[in-house]
Structure formats: C-alpha cells, structure tokens
Design a protein around this ligand. Structure first.
Ligand code: NAP
Length: 298
C-alpha cells in the first residue's frame, strides 16, 4: 500500500499516449497568478497543465512552463478551442500555440458543443454545428500540432450525434466533463468507457466555495484517514478511472493536492462517495444560446 504512486499514475488513451492522472487546472487563475502557480506546480511534481483559450491565461501558462526548466516533452498540456472559433479551427489552434509558446499541445479539446458567432456569441450559426467543427479538428492530427483531440461538456445525446455521423472517423480521445460526488454522471462515464473515450474530471473539488466540504460523509472519511477532503475527492476521481485537474493558485494547496501517494480509498468508501445525496452543477448551459445538457447523464 505504501508504494502506491497515485501522483505519477497515468491513464492510456486510445492513441496509446499516457495522460497523467492529476494535473493543475487554471480556470479563474488570474493573469498575475498563473505563471507562478504553474511554475510552482511543476516544481513540486505536476507534469500536466489544463488551460483554454477562453481562460485568457495561456500566455502565462506558457511562461510558467518555461520558467520551470522542465523539458516540454516531459509535460502534458491540454488547451481548448473557444466557442467563437468553431469555423476557424486551424486558426484557433495556432492562436493557442502562439500564446503558449509551444509547437504542439498534447490534447486539444472542443471546449463546448456550441458554435457561436464570433461577433454575436448569443447566436449560433445556422449552417454549422459541432459535427462540422469535429470534422475540422480531425484534420489537425496530421499537422504535428496536436497529439490528441477530444471534446468537453459533451453529454450522451451530443456524443451520440457526433459518433453516429459518417464524418466522424476518429473518436474523441477524451471527454472533459464536470465530475465530483455532487455531479457524478455515472451513465455518461459508463457510456464513454464503452466507447473507449477517456474522461477528465473538471471542478473535481466542487470548484470555488465548494459545498462538498460540508458533506458529513466526506468529512468523516477524510478525518478517519487523516487526509484533507480535497485529497479524498481527488483519489475518488482517480480510482473511479478519470484524471483530475484541481485548480489552485495557493502554493500549499497546489502541493497538498499532489500529496496523494501511499494510500487508497476502500471500495466501501468509494461507494459511499458515489452515492452522496447532494446535487450541484458548477458549469451549466444557461449562458449559451443553446441547450447542451439534456439531463441524461445520471
Ligand atoms: P476545482 O479545481 O474543483 O476547485 C478550485 C477551487 O478550490 C479554487 O477556489 C481553489 O482555491 C480551491 N482549492 C484548491 N485546492 C484546495 C485545497 N487543497 N483546499 C481548499 N481549497 C482548495 O474547480 P475548477 O477550477 O472549477 O475546476 C478545475 C479545473 O477544471 C479548472 O481550473 C479548469 O482547468 C477545468 N475546467 C474545465 C471546464 C470545461 O468547461 N472544460 C469547466 C470548469 C473547469 P485557490 O485557487 O484560491 O487556492
């Protein structure tokens, strides 16, 4: 048990590439905090950073990566195509690569299944949707600029639409979705597993001001194990089979979130966490011009 190296565990994608089981999230990391957070994370052992064009901090992520001194090929970088760029996939990727100061990303995700107009993001195109976007994303694999392509915020309904379209020749390697015990999405996770689509769990701690920390079951497990509730939540995700990307700009939290070696949750503890009664969804679709979640994930 003592040798359990959760912090350096990896999951193998359909391509054969190995994505680390834990990375640093950067949504809501301000420009002034991001480079330091990324550099610190890498210095304490993280090898995976999750960012997005839409977070406005890719440039600072790139700065932190370079300041770490760790060679690029030893790091996993995920970034995402922003909604107003769906008709400009190749340009969107180039913009991200330029921001990051790197020649390739390990994983490029369609951030949301919503193709909005660049000059009016409250509207969607009437002659383009995420299936068209995916057709264009598949072409990126031959360019050497992406090692894997995937999607994010896809539920079963939209995955079915994508996978059943004849233009879908390459399945998404990853679906990055909200996963924590108050949004466990077991049907969606099982669906992805069945299609050999790996899941990344975002808002894995329940995001800013997480209500999860008040949960008595989580508190009891953390207390009995002498671990933080955050460490318990991260292992819950990893042991359920998805990678986790906790965000923090606080040096001690960045380090303690990676301090997860040498133990694991029991089946009974996982079962208890799988069935917490509370439900919260951090990232809804009410800010988008179209519905993307259809309540079919649980
Ligand atoms: P999260 O990682 O679940 O939680 C982040 C919050 O928890 C921050 O307020 C952070 O505070 C705090 N925190 C972190 N470690 C802690 C610890 N050990 N003790 C106490 N508090 C702690 O939330 P998230 O940022 O929503 O999700 C994680 C990442 O997933 C994002 O950063 C982003 O990279 C990705 N994401 C993707 C999507 C998508 O649409 N694909 C959507 C949401 C998120 P401090 O920073 O102040 O320390």
């Amino acid at each position: 048990m003592a040798a359990l190296k959760n912090s350096s565990k990896v999951f193998t994608l359909a391509s054969g590439d190995k994505i680390p089981a834990i990375g640093l999230g950067t949504w809501q990391s301000s420009k002034s905090q991001t480079a330091k957070a990324v550099q610190h994370a890498i210095s304490v052992g993280y090898r995976y950073i999750d960012t997005a064009y839409g977070y406005g901090n890719e440039t600072e992520v790139g700065e932190g990566v370079r300041a770490s001194g760790v060679p690029r090929e030893q790091l996993w970088i995920t970034t995402k195509l922003d909604n107003p760029w769906h008709k400009r996939v190749a340009e969107g990727l180039d913009a991200s690569l330029e921001n990051l100061g790197t020649s390739y990303v390990d994983l490029y995700l369609m951030h949301w299944p919503s193709s909005v107009l660049p000059d009016d993001p409250k509207k969607v195109y009437d002659d383009w949707n995420f299936v068209d976007t995916w057709r264009e994303m598949q072409k990126l694999l031959g360019t050497g600029k992406v090692r894997n392509i995937g999607v994010s915020n896809f539920g079963i309904t939209n995955l079915e639409k994508l996978l059943n379209d004849p233009s879908c020749q390459i399945r998404p390697a990853v679906n990055q979705i909200e996963l924590h015990p108050n949004n466990p999405s077991p049907k969606l996770v099982a669906y992805c597993r069945d299609k050999n689509i790996h899941c990344t769990g975002y808002s894995c701690l329940g995001s800013t001001d997480s209500p999860l920390y008040e949960d008595p079951t989580l508190q009891a497990i953390a207390q009995s194990r002498g671990k933080t509730p955050q460490q318990v939540l991260l292992l819950w995700g990893i042991q359920n089979g998805w990678d986790v990307i906790p965000k923090s700009v606080t040096p001690e939290r960045i380090a303690s979130n990676l301090d997860i070696d040498g133990w694991e949750l029991t089946e009974d503890e996982i079962k208890k966490l799988n069935s917490l009664p509370g439900r919260t969804k951090v990232c809804k679709d009410d800010w988008l011009p179209e519905k993307v979640f259809f309540g079919d994930d649980e």
